[in-house]
Design a protein. Sequence first.
Lengths: 330, 364
Amino acid sequence: MFDFVAFIPRAIVQGIPLLLGSTGETLTEKSGNLNLGIPGVMYVGAISGVVGAFLYEQAVPTGDLNNFLAVLIPLLCSLLGSALMGLLYSFLTVTLRANQNVTGLTITTFGVGLGNFFGGSLIKLSGASVPSLVLTRTSLAFTKTLPFSGSLGWFGKIFLSYGFMAYLAIAIALAVSYVLNRTRVGLQLRAVGENPNTADAAGIDVNRYKYVATCVGSMIAGLGGLYFIMDYAAGIWANDTFGDRGWLAIALVIFTVWRPNIGVLASFLFGGLYILYLFIPTGTNMAVKELYKMIPYVVTLIVLVLSSMRNKRENQPPAALGLAYFREER
Amino acid sequence: MNKQRDPLFHIVKRAALPWYKAWGIRAAAIVLALILCALITTLITGEDPIQVYVTIFEGGFGTARRAWILFHNLAMLLIVALAVTPAFRMRFWNIGGEGQVLIGCLASAACMITLGDKLPNGVLLAVMALASILAGAVWAGIPAIFKARWNTNETLFTLMMNYVATQLAAFFIIIWEVPKGSGTIGIINQSTMAGWLPQVGPSKYFLNILIVAVLTVLMYLYLNYTKHGYEIAVVGESERTARYVGIKVGRVIIRTLLLSGAICGLAGFLLVSGSDHTLTTSLAGGRGFTAVMVSWLAKFNPLFMIFTSFLLVFLARGAAEISTSFGLNQSFSDILTGVILFFIIGCEFFINYKLSFRSAKKEG
């Protein structure tokens, strides 16, 4: 019998980093910026938080940490780090009008390098014998669940067994969805992504919208990296553990046809597909497991193809996605 | 923005800049980037910047062996860049070079392992090359068909195909692993050397380099002096124009991507048969992504790509050398490469636009 009570919570914790990444990327893409640097940004978000947590743990060498500070410091560091990456991307693509694909790929190289460099250096500093950095005390603050969640059986397991950032992620996704579709700011942002010329003519400051959307989007995506280390990985940083989740987050944006509220469920589905291979009994045949790991990518491909075949107008990417805007160019 | 006052400067699009000025700007950007990188390295290691450059240079050219490896890496990056370039000229953002190379590697390795003792070496090599080229072409052809027929987003499609290829390779690596349970294949046909490209000239890398050099010239001719190359350029400029003049856009897309994938497959063959003689999931080594950079920096010109891929390979190698000799971790080279690329990307702005300042504007 397939063990849903064990499977669903694991799918959800796998899905949360993807949800944050894709929410951030959706917001960015709505402004017309295709940020392929999200994998790098998520690494930077993670490592910035790790650096903050490391310094705080060093400052309080023994005993318990102040839970509030243990959460706040890494959170702020993470937001700052990823915002800077967003700023760098916006400066290059909006102000200097560089090619977005190339800039994004470079941001990814740079961000992953930055993450692994500082990660590796911290591991060296901490003098650990294994190639990983353990921040268990900080992680405990991040993974605090409601006190009664353990006593509620399967309901508690499926709905209440997560750290606060999981709920925050869902709240952010719903909030971004609301802002995009129900507010004036969202309308103007979408206008910038669809047709910056018209938006400009209507008096919208195109560059400001692009900058703000990209930076805020990066900050949200960076939180995904932070969640992964502090909650999912129980505060253990090892180089390259985050893997290719950043790319999956970008795929998820298309999967959800640019709607963060759909993203909530879609990311859990993705998370489930990502770990499905652990739950399919294969006996001793290790090779087949590698084939099952293909599932999330193949499903993305199928969705990509189906959505392009149906070709509905409301399911299309922002019309000016990937194009730099220059007012004097028609 | 404050509308009452004239802004301090405004931005004007430049007409085409003479090539020497454009390359001057790029060279200046690279020099600035190198200075910044040296500063960063000096700050972290405390070494004097000149020593840092000496180390970079030694990393690339320190010994004859290092130089050969450098040139081989250059050739391997260049061939992937050559492969993706025709697609880029059509604005088909193929970032699946990685997967296309890997699937070529897989096809070659499969032939080496299953047919290694059944065919004479010459036939085996031909079969391997053919299998790799076909595999690469199929891997790039699938997204192309969907792009041509339903305008499916190619960036994501090719990206996902990378992971499918990686998992497929991982699957076969476990099936063929030697010894069982190790998770690696090891050197294939080490004793018989079946399916190994013979050594030609002074180094085992020489043949690979030669093949890529010939291919570079062919690609240059193909893109600039053939009907196909012209059609690619027209589709890249404007699909509507292409349709209007009677070019079958879908067919051009599929044909070009088959070519693109075929060259990636060939690169896979060269990697397995010519240099590495093994199969790992990371054999393509990120070249599919770096090739995007190489191609774009060279403005999609195959001859300039020799220079840009040299630059990237040299810097990566030099930065790796800095990391090891100053006891930093390997990822430091990614950071330095990133910084240099940011400068090069940023400097394009000063080639395409010029800032005209307030006072200058009044004169004009």
